[in-house]
Design a protein around this ligand. Structure first.
Ligand code: NAD
Length: 387
């Protein structure tokens, strides 16, 4: 923290989709919540100096620099926020932590489990020096999702038996939609698996406070090449388009996962349904202020009820709009920024830690191993040092 400024000065790398969402979070966190220290939007970097300068002006950042290494070297940056493609997470996060900067890194944490494990180790060493790292599993910050976790933790559903998770999008359904870095395994690590599956695995494990131990999975690529944006032909798609898995958890529950970018009509349908011995709940991001809850308490009148997750007593909502006024995708990034700032100011490890996110990465690795072996795979324990 900068004593002189009484603020935590943020440097953000990548300023497109997630960069805009994180900017919204940094800009509004201290407007919505009373924070012990304010985030200050100091500087951004991207892949092109002119575009970064324009983005800084549009998104409300004081400055931009041409290269992410320059941003990390600056003494007037306390937090490095990584909103760049997956292949940059590892080098940026390691350099930032070693330079003594707190790090917020987008998901999936890295492109491989080895990289993720190493990032977790460097983060653990940094945390012992009071420098903290967190991964951006933003859906944990949606009030209805946090309410679902609280409801399960209170035992309202009894012992959890099953979880069904779907994360369905359709933006690749057209075989001629253009090539992006997301379709190149050297940049993104994997396709729907890392992009959507990482969220699905994190949320399933977080909601049920349990971890996947073994799984059987299949991945599929439907469209092998796509038009390059510069018109020079078609680029090879080197990632999966969809991934499905059946998983066993350490608590004895079983779960199914479906993630795809080809579910026509489903735009961002991140859905979770959980059944316990006393009740069930369901949530769908496309109706993100609602939690559907069934408990046996109501006897013969029992049925799924739609709980509007907007009450002041629900997670995050005491400081937001009055009951019934609803929040959106953007609010998750405000809540995330506030949680991160509060943890740093308190000298406490923010969640999810890099270790939590590295474990998710090992689950994704097991999915790919299962596709290759066509059999059941165990989620591997943390690997030995690789650097
Ligand atoms: N939490 C979520 O809900 C969520 C949603 C979408 C994406 N993501 C994650 O966020 C990350 C970024 O995804 P996105 O959708 O914002 O991608 P994007 O393509 O919209 O933006 C990528 C940004 O990275 C910058 N960049 C690329 N190469 C760079 C380099 N060498 N140096 C500096 N900057 C560089 C680009 O200029 C661009 O600003 C990914 O890890 C992705 O998985 C998370």
């Amino acid at each position: 923290m900068s004593a002189a400024h009484g603020s935590l000065r943020v440097g953000m790398i990548g300023h497109a989709f997630m960069g805009a969402a994180h900017s919204y979070g940094w800009r509004n966190a201290a407007r919505v919540f009373e924070l012990p220290v304010e985030p200050e939007m100091a500087v951004i970097a991207g892949s092109d100096a002119a575009r970064s300068a324009a983005a800084a002006a549009r998104l409300g950042w004081a400055q931009s620099v041409a290269d992410w290494r320059e941003l990390i070297e600056r003494p007037d940056v306390d937090i490095v926020d990584i909103c760049a493609p997956g292949d940059l997470h590892f080098p940026i996060a390691i350099a930032a932590l070693e330079a003594g900067k707190h790090v917020l890194c987008e998901k999936p944490l890295a492109n491989t489990a080895d990289e993720a494990d190493e990032m977790a180790r460097v983060a653990e060493a940094a945390a012992r020096r009071g420098v903290f790292a967190m991964c951006g599993f933003t859906y944990r910050r949606q009030p209805a999702v946090a309410l679902a976790r609280r409801t399960i933790a209170e035992g309202r559903l009894g012992q959890i038996r099953h979880i069904r998770v779907q994360y369905l999008q359709d933006w690749l359904s057209d075989p001629d939609s253009p090539y992006t870095w997301r379709l190149d395994a050297t940049r993104s690590g994997s396709g729907a698996l890392g992009d959507l599956g990482a969220h699905a695995v994190d949320l399933a494990q977080w909601l049920t406070a349990s971890r996947i131990t073994t799984l059987s999975a299949r991945t599929q690529r439907f469209v092998p090449t796509r038009p390059l944006p510069d018109g020079s032909g078609r680029g090879e798609v080197t990632v999966d388009d969809a991934a499905f898995a059946l998983a066993e958890f350490d608590s004895g529950l079983i779960g199914t996962f479906e993630v795809t970018r080809y579910a026509l009509g489903r735009k961002n349908a991140f859905r979770v349904e959980i059944d316990g011995t006393l009740g069930s709940l369901a949530w769908d991001f496309e109706r993100n202020n609602e939690l559907n809850l069934y408990t046996e308490d109501a006897g013969e009148l029992a049925g799924f009820a739609t709980v509007l997750a907007t009450r002041p007593g629900h997670p995050y909502l005491a400081d937001w709009w009055p009951d019934g006024h609803g929040l959106g995708f953007d609010a998750g990034f405000v809540n995330q920024a506030a949680d991160f700032i509060r943890a740093i100011a308190a000298g406490r490890q923010p969640e999810p830690s890099f270790a939590d996110a590295a474990q998710v990465q090992r689950v994704l690795d097991a999915v790919e191993a299962s596709q290759a072996s066509r059999g059941w795979e165990a989620v591997s324990p943390e690997k030995e040092k690789v650097r």
